[in-house]
Structure formats: structure tokens, C-alpha cells
Design a protein around this ligand. Sequence first.
Ligand code: OAD
Length: 231
Amino acid sequence: MARKIVILTGAGISAESGLGTFRDEGGLWAQHRIEDVATPEGFARDPGLVHRFYNTRRAQALEAAPNPAHEALARLQRDWPGEVVIVTQNVDALHEKAGAEAIHMHGELAGALCFACGHRWPAPLEMVPGTPCPSCNAPAGRPDIVWFGEMPYHMEIIAEHLQSCDLFAAIGTSGQVYPAAGFVEEAAMAGAETVELNLADSGISRAFDDHRVGPASKVVPDWVAELLASP
Ligand code: OAD
């Protein structure tokens, strides 16, 4: 039976599509304080600031096009004889724009969430404080993004995939944020081979069996071509 592949992606895969990463030089977290724009407490303090931050990112993401790395993963998901599960920490829709399916563990810029009743709906381009929920009418709309201190989405199904995969790859992620940073160990403990594809060594490179160093637009298509040549 063909091997099952689980792929974790991070901001690095979208960098060459023009979307900034968080922790590289000049990245988003050098320009904004995490406490202000990516925590429930920051949102309670100044929802206008938080909405402006995500409105800007939503507009940028809408303009962005997938790059050869997203396209290669879509090809792998389509042509690999076994299962290919893409789990992304990214809140853009570039995997989907390339034709792949992805599990969004940190939410999506395209989504709005009611913090009163939990209802979800497609986010308008511009969200403002007090956006009413279309289900319960509470003025409680927020971006459907997982903030620091909140539980990432879909963790049960992700754990099942990690425990049943034969190959785990992490692409363009710094390994600084848990639980995603611990996926490589979960997969390795379940017996999977592990490979890291990144522009540079990450903080957790030593946890991987194999490394492909370079820009995602180059190393991901090369890796996918190798896999598809000998499934
Ligand atoms: P980071 O900004 O922490 O890391 C980006 C990684 O991408 C680094 O390891 C870079 O070396 C690598 N990289 C940059 N350009 C690349 C390229 N062209 N090709 C390949 N690799 C490249 O981003 P994440 O690891 O995704 O969470 O960050 C994880 C989470 O932290 C995010 O989902 C976000 C953030 O706070 C929330 O907002 C909840």
C-alpha cells in the first residue's frame, strides 16, 4: 500500500507569494506586538486595532497567488497513490487556490466567528468592532483566527493523521509555536520518516531525519518530483 504523507506548512511557503512571515527579519512580529493583535486580551482592549491588522492581511491574501510550492503540493495530493494530508498554520487560502485541500489549524482570514455563540460565516473584506453575528445578532464578530492562548482547531483529527502517517514533512515553519512544533516528534514516535524543507535551519531541525534547504518554490517542487518518480 502506498505510504501516507502528512505535510505541515507555515508562513515560509507563502513568502514567495508576497505574504510576510512572522519571525524572519522585518516580519510581522517585528512590526506588531503579539499581545496587541493576536490575543483575546488584545482584542478586548482594542478591537479596532485588531480588525485593522487582519483587514490589511485579508486584503493582501486576497491579492496573492499560489507559488510553485503550493502548486507542487496540490499535484502531490492529486497524483500520489496514497493519502496526502496538508495541515497548515497559514490563514491565507493559497493551498486552496492551487487546488489542494488543507486543514487550517490556526483558522482562516476568510472566516468570521461570533464570540457569543460560536457561529461562523464568511468574513467581509473589512470587519469592524461590533460586527453583528448573522445567527444570534450579538455585536460579537471577530476574525476566525486562533490567537495565542487559544486551542488550535482540528487537533484530534490531526493527531490521528500523525499517528498513522509514514512520512511527515514540515515546510517553511520555524518550529517556535506549539502544538505544531511538536508534530515532528509525534510522527517520529509513530514510526514515520521525517523531512524538513526550509530556507534555513529552524529551531527544531535536529528533530528531522532529512533536510532540504532552500526557497520553497524550488525545494518543494524538486521533493515532490522525487516522490512521484518512485511512489
Ligand atoms: P515563522 O515566521 O515563525 O517562520 C517562517 C519560517 O519560514 C522560517 O523558519 C523561515 O526560515 C522559513 N522561510 C522563510 N522564507 C522561506 C522560503 N521562501 N522558503 C522556505 N522557507 C522559508 O512562521 P510560522 O512557523 O508559520 O500563529 O509561524 C507559526 C505561527 O506563529 C503562525 O501560524 C502564527 C505565528 O504567530 C498565529 O498567529 C496563531
